[in-house]
Design a protein around this ligand. Structure first.
Ligand code: BTN
Length: 247
């Protein structure tokens, strides 16, 4: 393992605990993992809920150099690490929906929430990952019944979350090393190989209104370029906007 694994039975959010451990100086690459989150967070203010012991809920602690502290790649690497780990261990053909959802047959299998903070002179990034492992159909209520899935649902059998945790951290570590060495083009190719957004019609939900276009590519900064109805390419930055891939 890269750093240490810090285990909890129940937490508010593993991202909160990871930030606290980072402040206390835990080694980079350490990961906080919990069996249950009472206040799990998703992107854009959404909640992230999972029954006890059914999902992998973890947060990886990073101390990126200042130039990379706000890089979208910290988040994109989370989705990439999950998709690669899932494909290798379970043979489930997981794909990426920009920026950081991991999908199986159009349903969401995992999500990533990166939060950064400053500790003294150092930037800390906490990459929180929620991977649906052993949920059954009845564990997904409301609109999740149509939009979410788990490895158990995709394969018909349960999977060990601990092994997946090791796999995900190892894949993240490998990608992070490439990022530190400036190998963004290599990461971009790895990302695009598993991406299921580029080439598709998308609905962009921006603060000043929604518009439709076609996803064109993901650039070296991890931004998505979308071609609008007039044929102009517009840049979408992680965190600003959400996109909906149209059927
Ligand atoms: C999303 O797709 O909206 C992101 C979901 C991120 C969920 C994970 S679960 C572990 C970590 N702790 C949290 O509170 N959120 C992330």
């Amino acid at each position: 393992m890269w750093g240490e694994i810090i285990r909890y039975d129940e937490v508010t959010s593993t991202n909160d605990l990871a930030r606290d451990h980072a402040r206390r100086g835990v080694a980079e690459g350490s990961v906080v993992v919990a069996r249950y989150q009472a206040a799990g967070r998703g992107r854009q203010g959404r909640a992230w809920c999972a029954p006890r012991d059914r999902a992998l809920l973890c947060s990886l602690i990073l101390r990126p150099p200042a130039a990379l502290a706000r890089s979208a790649w910290l988040t994109l690497l989370g989705g990439l690490a999950v998709a690669e780990a899932v494909r290798q261990r379970t043979q489930v053909p997981a794909t990426l929906k920009w920026p950081n959802d991991v999908l199986v047959e159009g349903r969401k299998l995992a999500g990533v929430l990166t939060e950064t903070s400053r500790v003294g002179e150092t930037q800390v990034a906490v990459v929180g990952i929620g991977l649906n492992v052993n949920q059954e159909a009845s564990d997904f209520a409301g609109e999740l019944a149509e939009s979410a899935t788990s490895l158990q649902l995709a394969t018909g059998k349960p999977w060990p979350a601990d092994e997946l945790l090791n796999d995900v951290v190892e894949h993240y570590r490998a990608g992070y090393q490439v990022l530190l060495e400036g190998g963004v083009e290599k990461l971009r190719q790895q990302y695009l190989a598993l991406d299921s957004t580029v080439g598709r019609a998308v609905q962009v939900e921006a603060p000043d209104g929604a518009w439709s276009g076609r996803a064109a590519t993901v650039d070296e900064h991890g931004a998505l370029w979308v071609e609008d109805a007039a044929g102009d390419a517009r840049k979408i930055i992680v965190g600003d906007i959400s996109i909906r891939v149209e059927a």
